[in-house]
Design a protein around this ligand. Structure first.
Ligand code: ZN
Length: 79
């Protein structure tokens, strides 16, 4: 049997807690980016009237609810 000191118990406890916090943070960040990408993919900017609208369908063309123009779904680039 080996001796366990209070210092080693505290060190192991801290390492376990910090690893849990780190992996929770990484998982939350991955889920947040996935949600943000899905939401951004649904937004379409009309090329005629610059109206921004959400179209959850997966069609290549989305109809603008304001002017009725058909818009190609393009990737929105953040500046
Ligand atoms: Zn429009």
């Amino acid at each position: 049997m080996f001796r366990v000191t209070l210092d080693s118990i505290i060190a192991v406890y801290l390492v376990v807690i910090l690893c849990g916090v780190f992996f929770s943070w990484v998982a939350a960040e991955i889920f947040r980016r996935g949600r943000e990408n899905r939401r951004r993919r649904n937004f379409v900017i009309c090329g005629i009237c610059d109206h921004v609208f959400e179209d959850p369908s997966e069609d290549d063309l989305a109809e603008c609810p304001r002017c009725g123009a058909m818009n190609e779904r393009e990737r929105v680039i953040e500046i």
